[in-house]
Design a protein around this ligand. Structure first.
Ligand code: C2E
Ligand code: MG
Ligand code: MG
Ligand code: MG
Length: 287
């Protein structure tokens, strides 16, 4: 009868929950092993300056080279890494590796001397009391100036920042490290935090960029975000640029920089300045 059915439903529910919990424990243990085995890999997506068409930076995006499963995207493990706290050592590795790689590219003349790198920070990392020291150490270890690095945080993380986190972020900005709001427009609606936070970059979320040339409200939102960024003296970066009409419109709107599959996918190699597709990226090689 109805009772039995109800009971079965709960059993199925518990079973799913149990399986999920087991999954998470299994993923956490794989992450721990991956840290020991040095199996985290960074891919680098070019950031293009819209005024010149030149690559000026890369965003570092972590992947897990899992034995048997291949290269796993962040969506497969970041949440478990965050919940288990493993994101802290993983994030430190990402910071150090991004700095090391950037310094190597510069030394090999593969990128200009002022080329930069961005790294994503999770909530857990942002609230570490030694965040500024960890970042400073990563920069020092690679002999990079603080302006070579930008950190990306989401609106939610920034809104939740307590006094101690704020102090760390201010310290980093005072050093010259860039501070960006990632996926701008998808988090809280309050803009007041823009005033009290030491941010230097706004990244327009790719959900708005996607409809830029087809959806009038997306166009208005992107226009407003770029104007807001300009008014506050921030660098504006559009994410997820996939076609030429989006690229052209962002140029017309005065957006500073852009990233997206049109301009370059996340990859192991440095962006070859000039090898841009579709004629939108400069063909000049660095001297
Ligand atoms: P995000 O920081 O917003 O990074 C942009 C994501 O969009 C990347 O996915 C990138 O591959 C993808 N993307 C870039 N251009 C395009 C495009 O034109 N179209 C589409 N559809 N997608 C595009 P990915 O690498 O899978 O990373 C997903 C998210 O995982 C990142 O979003 C970031 O929040 C997080 N993440 C990545 N690396 C790290 C890390 O080292 N630490 C932390 N805490 N989070 C990371
Ligand atoms: Mg990002
Ligand atoms: Mg983003
Ligand atoms: Mg995003």
């Amino acid at each position: 009868g109805a009772k039995t059915q109800g009971k079965n439903r709960w059993e199925i529910f518990d079973e799913t929950r149990r399986a999920r919990a087991v999954d998470r424990v299994a993923i956490a243990s794989r992450l721990r092993q991956a840290l020991r085995d040095n199996r985290f890999v960074l891919h680098f997506q070019p950031v293009i300056e819209l005024g010149t068409g030149r690559a000026v930076a890369v965003e570092s995006l972590v992947r897990l080279d899992d034995p048997g499963r291949g290269l796993l995207p962040p969506a497969a493990f970041i949440q478990v890494a965050e919940d288990s706290g493993l994101i802290v050592p993983i994030g430190t590795y990402v910071l150090e590796e991004a700095c090391r790689q950037l310094a190597e590219w510069r030394a090999d003349g593969l990128v200009p001397a002022d080329f930069r790198a961005a790294v994503n920070l999770s909530a857990r990392q942002a609230t570490q009391p030694d965040l500024a020291r960890t970042v400073a150490r990563a920069l020092d270890g690679a002999n990079l100036e603080p302006t070579a690095l930008a950190l990306e945080l989401t609106e939610t993380v920034l809104m939740d920042a307590d006094t101690s986190t704020l102090r760390q972020l201010e310290e980093l900005r005072e050093m010259g490290v860039g501070l960006g709001i990632d996926d701008f427009g998808t988090g809280y609606s309050s803009l007041s935090y823009l005033k009290r936070l030491p941010v230097s970059i706004i990244k327009v979320d790719r959900s708005f960029v996607a409809g830029l040339s087809t959806d009038p409200s997306d166009r208005e939102i992107v226009t407003a975000v770029i104007r807001l960024g300009q008014a506050l003296g921030l660098t504006t970066i559009a994410e997820g640029v996939e076609d030429v009409s989006q690229f052209t419109m962002l140029q017309e709107l005065g957006c500073d920089q852009a990233q997206g599959y049109l301009l370059g996918r996340p990859q192991l190699d440095p962006p070859i300045l000039g090898a841009g597709k579709n004629g939108v990226v400069s063909t000049a090689k660095p001297s």
